[in-house]
Structure formats: structure tokens, C-alpha cells
Ligand binder design. Sequence first.
Ligand code: 3H9
Length: 689
Amino acid sequence: MTDPVTYDTEGKIAIVTVNNPPVNALGFAVRRGLVDAFDRFDADASAEIAVLVGAGRLFLGGADISEFGKPMKDPQLPGVVNRIERTAKPVVAAIHGAALGGGLEVAMACHYRLAFSGTKLGVPEVTLGILPAAGGTQRLPRLAGMDAALEMISSGKPVAPEKAQVWGLIDRIVSEGDPRLAGIAYAEELLAEGATPRPTSAMEAAPATSDAETWDRLMQDRYPGQAAQRHAVQAAFGAVTLPFEDGLKEERRLFLDLMESPQREALVHAFFLERRVSNLPDLKDITPREIASVGIVGGGTMGSGIATACILAGLPVTLVETTVEAAEKAYLAVSKNLDGAVKRGKMSDAARAAADLTTTTEYEALSEADVVIEAVFESMDVKRQVFDQLDRVMKDGAVLATNTSYLDVNEIAAGTKRPEDVIGLHFFSPAHVMRLLEVVVADRTSAEVAATGFALGKKLKKIAVRSGVCDGFIGNRILSHYRSAADEMILQGASPYQIDAALERFGFAMGPMKVADLAGLDIGHMTRQRKGPQPGVVNPDWADRMHEMGRLGRKSGRGFYIYGDDGPQEDPEILKIIDEVREAHGITPKEFTDQDIWERYMTAMVNEAARVVGEGIAKRPQDVDAVLLFGYGFPRWRGGPMMYADHVGLATIRDRIARYGEENPEFWQSAPLIEELAQSNRKFSELNT
Ligand code: 3H9
């Protein structure tokens, strides 16, 4: 293995290079290498100044996150950073690409900082449930001032060098070139000026505009339930209230507290999930088919959203509609989406000008597409007709995908002469914004076509998760179950507003009634009609009455909520309707606390998720976590339902199910996988590998 840290000299300049692909993370070998390199520099009489530089595409990506939760090996990062700052001769950081977390902390311990335009400078630790703990909470305020430091530390968002230079965090900006050469040129200038070491720890931080209590309240408002932001802000205030050494000790104490927390574990789980869930071991050696062009059938909200996503990824798209008017409408919808993307900085003017979209009414126009995605009305008959046409016109080797959200992909595939080429690609609305993509692998889908589904997901920058075939696939199947648990609570006495508020306090982006209003209450109505009565599932009569009244949710201005300029407002009329339904069922309403609501809702979610895993619809528990995190607004800092269940303990989940089952035994039956794991005191996470 090559040395991850090297030392060489050019004249009086020592160059310390970190080369630890892919992101120069500060793992054990790098930390040890840095200490050795700076010891050598101090002892090297011929070298008068050092330049620290990262090899590859960035400076330093921060601490090695994969080491978290394991015993920490010496030298640890705070000590390494202090060691660099103590160097007796000046040290320059030449920063390109990114200096994040521990990477920026190392840079702040250097005495001079040069950065290339376009570099990301940030301390994203709170997004991992921790705080900058290698002196970052103490040095950043000293360099950038408390106000800027508090924003950076609490939001985790990176800033550009131009902004950082105004604050004093960066000394010099370079527009282009080689980081090593730029570092050497800057070092030569500093030598000529007789520059000396300039330890950040000796500086004073410009005070904050607001006091610590105000910041603490702000953190509770902005990040309810989360610990890292409050701890990080508390640590940062040490920069103006404590001597440097004591500030470091306080930073360490608060960091170690966070390191032990389930929130840290959940956020690190989400970090790796986001990057790794699409890498399936069984597709590792399968080469996907090439995708250079995409066909889409259907130009409604889903079809135009998918077309937008493909064009944003640089793919040419041909979209088929049934009439010329509908084709024109789809063209305008995609154009509007693309213009919006340009406005939001997600697409360059040049890419917008090069966008390649054809809309047509002729299926033959799809004949050369490498993949076609059908996004038409959710009816098996309609889908079968579309696939007949696709089977007729598509070239050999093309992938035929359906965007159905619940229909049987096996049945769709069976209607074609090439079932091995058929797959489900379930996008979430709006398809050019939502990151989740369920890749539905049917019984006869070939491995090559499955791999192509994942390759397309990657091209579209989606988090692609494999699902087997069942009604609703992974996400909507689980949603339908936990939504039923919410309806059961409403029937028993909870108000829909109380349920939404409680679950938003749990951390969900939106409560289930707001989600239903957003999706449209006609969708829920159609689903109930389609499925008919389900054993143990409460029929939400109020929802049928709301549908009859034309309350379709946001699109009609009224659903569970009334939608006006002031956002969603509760509606006493809904509570009256629900009261009437309870009365008709002879139910005396009972009280629910937040805790009751969380436990029932989460237990239903985990139970159905366990069935989904047990039946092989999701291959691994982490696939379920990814679906809920990236498609259903599950709080990232709780890691997903399977991680939540592991924390609560599967025996507790099993016992809760048994307790709820005393009232409704048909609905509340433990999934066999929960029984099995609870009995042997095991966790879902053990099934991830
Ligand atoms: C910290 O520094 C704590 C200190 O304050 C205190 C300590 C005492 N470690 O994202 P990509 C992997 S906390 C380990 O696709 P990109 C990643 O999993 C840290 N692994 O690349 C993936 O692996 P695989 C603060 C890491 O070009 C591969 O590298 N720093 C780390 O799109 C490529 O990653 C951060 O939070 C890491 N630090 O983006 C920065 N980073 O190929 C986190 C990445 O096996 N990292 N990997 O799937 C990032 O934001 C992005 O990776 C970065 C590159 C912008 C750097």
C-alpha cells in the first residue's frame, strides 16, 4: 500500500501531501502520517515553510466516518490538529475541491490558508449527529467571528472561499491551476515577507450578536428533537467565554456525549445508506445495458417529471401522448420544469439550450430508445395496451419499464414477448425532485435489465432501492399499513390534527393527513375501492364522506385542512364528521398522548416493514430504511423504521403488537420475522450484510 501521507521538499519549502482516495479522509494512517510529516518538517533544517495539500479531487474530506462507533486509535484528530498548529515554522494549507469537517479543522490549524474558487468549506458534523471536535468550534469563531461560525457550525452548510475570505477564514483565493504549485508560489511569497507562524488559538473571536440562550432557543425551533445543533452551539460559545484550552475540553466533553447517542448512529447510517443502498452484491458483476436515449409514454405529472429528470441528466427524451394537444401540454410542462431548474441553479443555460425533448403521438418514434418508461393511468387494461404497442415498436435489447405504483409487474411483463426486458421503475412525485426510485424486479426480469435499472437511477442521481413485486411495493405497502393504524386511532378518539402534530413532533416532515391532502383524497378513495374491505382495517367512513363532499385535499382547497394564504388551517367541520362516525359505531372517544400516537404508528410501520423483508420484497432491512428516509419524509436523525425498531428492541415491538391486538387481533398480528428475531434477541441490522 502506498503511503497516505508523503513529505518532500522543493528548496526551502516542504510539501506534505495527503493521498488517501477517494476523499482523503483522516483515518488512522493519515493521522499518524501527518504527525510524522510535521515532526520531520520541524527537524528539517533546510525547510523553512511547509505546504499541506491533498492529492486527487479535494483537500481533506474530514474524519473517517467509518471509524465512528469503534474504539478511537491514537493519534486522534484533535491532537494531530494541535500538533500542526504548534509547528515552529509557518504552515500553509493549499485547499482545493473541499475542506470539510476535520479537513477544515486541519486547515484552520495551519497558519495561512489559500483556497481555489469553487472549493466547499464547511463543518457538516451536525448532519452526522456530532460537532466539529478537532478544535473547530474554537478556531472557526476566532477566524470568522462568532456570527458566521455559529451559522456554519449549526447548519453544517458549506460556504464559498469568496465569502470565507471576507470573514478572515481564507487569506488568498486562486482561480485555477495545480494546488501544489499554487501552495508553493504562496509559500515563496510568505518566505520573502518573513512570515512567521500565526496560531489561530492565540486570536480572539469577534463576539456574537445574540447570546447563547437565544441561540439555544433558535436551535430548538429549527431542529426540534435534535441534539447535535444545540451541543455544537454550546461548544462554540466556549470560544468567547473560556480560555482556548478549556474551550477544547468542553468541545470534547460535548462531542463524546453525542458520539454515544442513537442520533449519531442513525445519521451515520443514513450517510452510508445514501451512498451504498443502490450497490447490490448480486448485481456487482453484471454489466448494465447502455442508456443513451429514453422514451416516455404519458405526459401527465409523472411522465413530464420523469422526462425532466432524464433531460436534467443529459439524456435525450421522446415522449408519446395520445393526442396532439396532450403532447403539446406535456412539452410545456417539461419546459416549465426545466426553466425552474435553471432558476434554482440546478441546470446551466448551456444545458437548457441543449435539452433534447421530442413529443409526439406516434409510438414508432420510440423505436430507437434504449429504455422506455410508461407513466399512464393506473389500470391494468390500459398498461397492457401500452405494453402491446411497446412490444411491437421497441428495438431488441431495449428495456421496457413501468412506473406503476402498485400494479402487478409480473402480469404486465407476461403480456409481452420479452418479459425478461420488463422492469418497474417507480418514481415519486415530483419525479425530477424526489430522490427515491424503487427498482421493481419482477420474477422474469433479467439480471442485466435489473442492473440497467440501477444504472439509470445512478445517472438520474436517484437513490435506487430494489423491490420485489407486491401491491404498493416497499413504500406504499408499508404506508398503507401505518396509515390504517392512524385511522384506527382517529376512530378511537384521536383527532387527525393531533396525529399530524404528534408525528411532526416525532420528526416527520409532514403528518399523514397532510400527506393525504397533498396526494389527493381521491387517490385514497380509489385505493379503498380497489382493495375492498381488508381484515381488521378500519374503514375511514369520514374519508368517503369527505370525498363525496368534493374535499379532495390541496387541489380542491379543502381536505382534512382548509388551504388558504395562511397555510393549512384545521377545520371543525371535519371533527364533527368524525364525531358522527364514532357515534354511529358506538365508540366513546379515548385520549391519546403523543407517546401513544408515536408508538402505535411506528409499531404498525415496523410490523409491515418486517413482513416486507420477511417475504423478500425488500432484500435487507436497510432497503426499507432508505425508502422511508428518501421517499416518505421519515426523520433522518432517527435512521429509518428498522433502525428505530432496533433501538426500541424487537421484544418491545412484539409486546406492543400483542397489546394492541387485544382490541383488534386481525390487524395487529406480529410479522413472523419480528417473532423470530425477538425470540433470539437479535436485531434487524444483523440482516443487512
Ligand atoms: C468529522 O470530520 C469529525 C471531526 O470534526 C472530529 C473528529 C474527532 N469518511 O460522497 P461520495 C466515502 S466528521 C469515510 O460519493 P463525492 C463515501 O462513503 C466528517 N468515508 O463522493 C463513498 O464511499 P463508497 C466530516 C467517506 O465526490 C466515497 O467516499 N466530513 C467520507 O460525491 C465517495 O463519497 C463530512 O461529513 C468520510 N469522511 O463527494 C464529509 N466521505 O464509494 C462527508 C466520503 O464506498 N463527505 N466517504 O460508497 C462528503 O460530503 C462527500 O463525500 C464529499 C465528496 C463532498 C467529500
